[in-house]
Design a protein. Structure first.
Length: 437
């Protein structure tokens, strides 16, 4: 697992490994460990055939694409032709889409094939992702809603996976499971064929181990990003109130990551107090719940019993929203983004803890009210509302559990955030750690 996807592709091209070898290694690891982790809903029965086909293509040297021979694991919120897509709820257990989501087709057209479907919190409405466990401590959650994707990558059971992020659903599990995940600029990756949580806030993005693989993966998903050359230190705005709101041990772990970036000449730090983020969080909640209610209104009225209690709370909250509240939240979006750019000053990126806490236990989550879930999206959701790209990279451990550093950049400048993650991973090895399964 110390090889990046780019390095694995080179080995495939040079004949040092084969798609079948890669698949067999993953299947063996899944067979050993996924009975405990339960990151997968199902494996694609066509995977072996697709790996063999990729092997033939590589041998012949014809029609070789950038990801030929690379398997992708797909969140169960994203449609896959001929493979059950349940959106994390048994009500849809017999739902077998007749076509792929556009993002899946894009990746397949770049030569990859589907390994399997990873578990999601039902309808992406939470962070538990049951029945998946955190590979670092199976009594704890992996985060969500892309928890299955994060756990599979963290446990070495996937090379990369697709996730979705409406209020942190890529970055929360990436942080809790110690992997790398990007929420790209809003609207840059097609979301058709992805079950919506909130059309105005949904993002599709990659989850993997190495930040340096993300440009290749993003290109395959339909959005080209490029990494700027690293010269003099990049000016970085640090959101100090997020450290104030974090557990002490988490804050100290992220502070060490900032020191590492500064000491190696990667960033130059300036502290900011970003009042816009609290306003953005409030407006995110209005849009999110209103659009959740719109998506689920009819099914909820006819089949309320299929939903978890926390999902019901969100739908009911959305049904109570007024049109004026919703319209105001939508209209303020670009205005608040402009204000936040001013708060950033001449900083090119923003740095924060990815989360204020490490992964809670399953038992703790069962006792939480919806309001008690809020701290876990507090550092995440404002950037969904503002449409800004945000990356989580592993930066250490607290109490034996992974901690993430969040790197945010301006809209359409995804490469700025990814480049900082890639530079950080050149001087650290947190992303290479595997849990002791």
């Amino acid at each position: 697992m110390e090889r990046s996807i780019c390095e694995t592709i080179n080995e495939l091209r040079e004949g040092n490994t084969t798609p079948t070898n890669i698949l067999n290694d993953l299947i063996e690891r899944i067979g050993k460990h996924d009975r405990t982790i339960r990151s997968y809903l199902a494996l694609d029965p066509r995977a072996e055939e697709n790996a063999s086909r990729a092997e033939s293509i590589l041998k012949n040297g014809n029609n070789v694409n950038p990801l030929t021979g690379i398997p992708v694991s797909v969140k169960d919120l994203i449609d896959t032709e001929g493979l059950a897509t349940t959106y994390g709820n048994d009500y849809f257990k017999h739902n077998v889409p007749s076509s792929n989501a556009t993002v899946v087709n894009n990746i397949l057209n770049h030569g990859a094939y589907v390994l399997g479907k990873t578990n999601t919190h039902e309808f992406a409405l939470g962070m538990e992702s049951s029945p998946t466990s955190n590979p670092y401590d199976v009594t704890r959650i992996p985060g969500g809603s892309s928890g299955g994707s994060a756990a599979a990558v963290a446990a070495g059971m996937a090379l990369f996976a697709l996730g979705t992020d409406t209020g942190g659903s890529i970055r929360i599990p990436a942080s809790m499971c110690g992997i790398t995940g990007l929420k790209p600029t809003y609207g840059k990756v097609p979301a058709d064929g992805v079950f919506p949580e909130s059309w105005s806030l949904d993002h599709v993005g990659p989850m993997t181990r190495f930040a340096k693989d993300i440009p290749l993966l993003m290109s395959a998903m339909g959005y080209n990003i490029s990494l700027p050359e690293q010269g003099k230190p990049v000016k970085a705005a640090v959101v100090r109130e997020f450290f104030d709101q974090s557990d002490t041990i988490v804050g100290k772990t992220v502070e060490k990551a900032l020191d590492k970036l500064v000491d190696n000449g990667i960033v130059e730090i300036v502290d900011i107090r970003a009042g816009v983020l609290a306003e953005s969080m409030a407006r995110h909640e209005v849009i999110d719940t209103a659009e959740i209610a719109t998506v689920h209104r009819d099914l909820f009225r006819e089949n309320e019993g299929i939903y978890l209690e926390t999902s019901k709370e969100q739908i009911r909250a959305g049904l109570s929203r007024t049109a004026t509240d919703y319209i105001d939240a939508v209209r303020q979006r670009d205005l608040l983004y402009s204000r936040f750019e001013k708060e950033m000053g001449d900083a090119r990126i923003v740095l924060t803890p990815a989360l204020p806490k490490v992964a809670p236990t399953k038992e703790e989550v069962r006792k939480m009210t919806l309001e008690e879930h809020a701290p876990y999206v507090l550092f995440q959701a404002p950037f969904n509302y503002l449409g800004m790209p945000a990356l989580s990279v592993p930066c250490g451990f607290a109490e034996g559990l992974p901690v993430g550093l969040q790197v945010i950049s301006r809209r359409d400048m995804d490469g700025e955030a990814v480049s900082i993650g890639a530079e950080y991973q050149k001087i650290t090895a947190w992303h290479l750690r595997l849990p002791e399964l």
